[in-house]
Design a protein around this ligand. Structure first.
Ligand code: HH2
Length: 258
């Protein structure tokens, strides 16, 4: 899953794809490089990011989706039901909601009616404050219980279970240790019976484990190593900014792991 952030302030690629033409070109390049889907988002979720109004978010993502959604496999990264509905009408196939249907009371029904695929992600707290003091007794069992509950909620709202994938939400209300423990024990989440999405690309935990306590991003080398480790433990969708390098690494990993 290639990441196309149509934002000025995303944590690692803010501004790179903020212009419609740049976002369209990046989406096309990612698919040419081997992405199975491109995830288009108009609101940053980095710690401390400012919320974006509905009109602003629509104005960012719709022109990109109008250009690519029929042509390329596309996903919409949004917590707003109106954005999700318009995106699916334009041809987006998957709704990636980092709040797991908790932010917008219309979202569950919107996804159910649209027939789109759905990604449910774990987050402790909310983006502005989630890194203040993340606390768990056992991060893996708590994330697992949360995802199971959100899966039940989505299915009860009418979303077909076979259309849902689950994501432990690397960096969303978690310390460096929590993030690496989740990837190390990812196999435990495969028991939920749904495909697992992992988005660790460029995240700050990678920079921090390399010794920079103030890092706000992590390098490509560490992104790829962690993505491969997640793949070996059962991840089926890797969300990444540097698609070609990830595809190459995963092809090689697959040749070894099978
Ligand atoms: N991470 C980000 C955004 N959306 N969605 C899923 N399912 N999983 C993730 O790990 C995930 C996500 C954050 O990364 P990015 O989109 O690059 O940054 P920003 O939120 O600052 O735009």
């Amino acid at each position: 899953m290639g990441v196309v952030n149509v934002t000025p302030d995303s944590f690692s690629d803010g501004g790179v794809n903020f212009r419609t033409e740049d976002a369209i070109a990046s989406a096309r390049q990612m698919v040419a490089d081997g992405a199975a889907i491109v995830d288009i988002g108009g609101e940053s979720t980095r710690p401390g990011a400012a919320p974006v109004s509905l009109d602003e978010e629509l104005g960012r993502v719709l022109p990109v989706l109008e250009a690519v959604a029929g042509e390329l496999p596309a996903s919409i990264d949004t917590a707003k039901a109106v954005v999700a509905r318009r995106a699916v009408e334009l041809g987006a196939e998957l709704v990636n909601d980092v709040t797991a249907l908790r932010a917008d009371p219309q979202m569950a029904e919107t996804v159910a009616e649209s027939g789109a695929y759905l990604c449910l992600m774990h987050m402790q707290g909310e983006p502005r404050t989630m890194q203040a003091s993340p606390t768990y007794e056992d991060v893996v069992s708590e994330v697992s219980a949360f995802l199971e509950e959100r899966l039940d909620f989505a299915v009860n709202a009418g979303v077909a279970e076979e259309r849902i994938c689950l994501d432990p939400g690397i960096g969303f209300g978690k310390t460096v240790e929590h993030n690496f423990e989740l990837i190390r024990r990812l196999g435990e989440l495969t028991a939920l019976g749904r495909p697992l999405v992992v988005g660790v690309s460029r995240k700050r935990s990678l920079g921090r484990i390399l010794g920079d306590p103030g890092a706000t991003t992590g390098p490509l080398s560490a992104s790829i190593a962690t993505a491969v480790a997640a793949y070996e433990r059962g991840a089926t969708i890797l969300r990444a900014h540097d698609v070609r390098e990830h595809v190459e690494a995963l092809i090689a990993a697959k040749a070894v792991v099978g």
